[in-house]
Design a protein around this ligand. Structure first.
Ligand SMILES: O=C(O)CCC(=O)C(=O)O
Ligand SMILES: [Fe+2]
Length: 389
């Protein structure tokens, strides 16, 4: 089994891991420092990765004028952890809004903000969705039974998306609803209300930019011409995939082990339907390229050379990440972690012992944020309309 090197945050102690890195100077000119960021201190979460922890910020004070600082921080670091927060569900949404990645004038188009916020994946996979009453765009996730939480009398939660049941992904890639709406979630935030006390229940992150730096210009050019097809909604409904090392799907209920070069049945089932995305994304603001993959749900890849089956796709994915460091975020109550799905991949916990209570918000970007995918989406729709598959 090839899997990324494991590193855990050392600032809280824990398993050991890499050395503590000092606080980085804020790189923003004084003029763009708002009240909320006046005392901000930025520290890398892990020495070999760009992900950052930001202290000295009370996210309740964040407003639209902070968009520039927030965008700079997340573009640089990909994952931001703001510890010791005390937020209402509405304030969680406001932090997401403050990044300015969506057009607020359009926020209510098509219903109660579902165009820009929402969580389609749970609907597709048949797992019940629990939302905060009166604030339905904030999803409640976790493990255990909880009473009197944000207006919910009692709720029993079970972890559905884990390291071994979904693996590393960028949110929305395998969601039919996101593909159908031509918008992918740019940001995902998770806010911890209760954490496992034994170090389990972590969320794992990989940098999706770093593996591209070691590739030759020919390899990059090849990948730019590739797209990944994901398993269709019907396949997804069979159940969660069984993953190895967070990167490779071994099988899915009702399916054979992923060892064959390409199964014609699988190919046809997902070719006529199912989401399709480029394998490399280019960030609309920074121009950075990054891998864009949902490991558990790959069906096949269309490259300039032809069609590659799932086994070859997994060989490729493992080659990208085999020498990459992974960051496991060990949660503490009050942690608000937000990431740009265009700059990192994440995976749920390896195990969860005891109670874990989290909120999750996904912010879909406006068309501008997703313009880099538009060509592939258009191409696929055209092929399907012409019955090419
Ligand atoms: O629970 C986690 O740590 C992450 C789960 C996840 O990937 C998600 O909800 O999108
Ligand atoms: Fe996710």
């Amino acid at each position: 089994m090839r899997s990324p090197r494991f590193s855990v945050q050392s600032i809280y102690g824990g398993y050991g891991g890499c050395g503590v890195t000092g606080f980085l100077p804020m790189e923003f000119p004084e003029i763009s420092r708002s009240k909320a960021f006046a005392k901000a201190r930025v520290q890398l979460l892990s020495a070999g990765l760009p992900f950052a922890r930001i202290e000295g910020v009370d996210l309740r004070e964040v407003e639209a004028a902070d968009g520039e600082v927030l965008q700079s921080l997340i573009s640089e670091h990909g994952v931001l952890c703001f510890p010791q927060q005390n937020l209402t569900p509405e304030q969680e949404l406001n932090v997401n809004r403050a990044f300015g990645y969506h057009d607020t004038a359009e926020e209510t188009v098509g219903g109660p903000s579902q165009k820009y916020f929402g969580f389609a994946s749970s609907v597709d996979s048949g797992v019940p969705v629990h939302a905060v009453p009166g604030c339905p765009l904030v999803q409640v996730q976790g493990n255990g039974t909880f009473k009197d939480h944000c207006g919910i009398e009692e709720v029993t939660l079970q972890v559905a998306v884990g390291f071994l049941t979904e693996g590393f992904h960028s949110d929305g890639l395998h969601d039919q609803a996101d593909f159908d709406s031509d918008t992918l979630p740019v940001l995902t935030s998770m806010y911890c209300h209760q954490a496992c006390t034994d170090g389990t229940g972590e969320t794992n992150f990989l940098c999706s930019r770093a593996p591209l730096r070691k590739l030759s210009s020919e390899q990059l050019a090849f990948l730019r011409g590739c797209r990944l097809h994901y398993q269709s909604r019907d396949v997804l409904k069979q159940g969660r995939p069984v993953m190895e090392g967070g990167l490779r799907r071994l099988r899915r209920p009702g399916q054979e082990e992923v060892t064959t070069p390409v199964s014609r049945e699988l190919l046809l089932a997902s070719a006529e339907a199912g989401p399709v995305h480029p394998i490399i994304r280019r960030h609309a603001d920074t121009g950075d390229e990054a891998l864009c993959i949902s490991c558990g749900n790959v069906a096949f890849m269309v490259s300039p050379k032809g069609v590659e089956g799932p086994a070859a796709c997994y060989d490729l994915i493992e080659s990208f990440f085999a020498d990459q460091e992974m960051y496991a975020h060990r949660w503490h109550p009050g942690d608000f972690v937000i990431w740009d799905n265009r700059l990192c991949l994440h995976a749920g916990p390896r195990a969860v012992h005891g109670d874990r209570l989290m909120h999750r918000v996904r912010l879909r970007g406006s068309a501008r944020c997703n313009a880099d995918c538009a060509e592939v989406w258009k191409q696929v729709r055209q092929e399907r309309a012409e019955g090419l598959w």
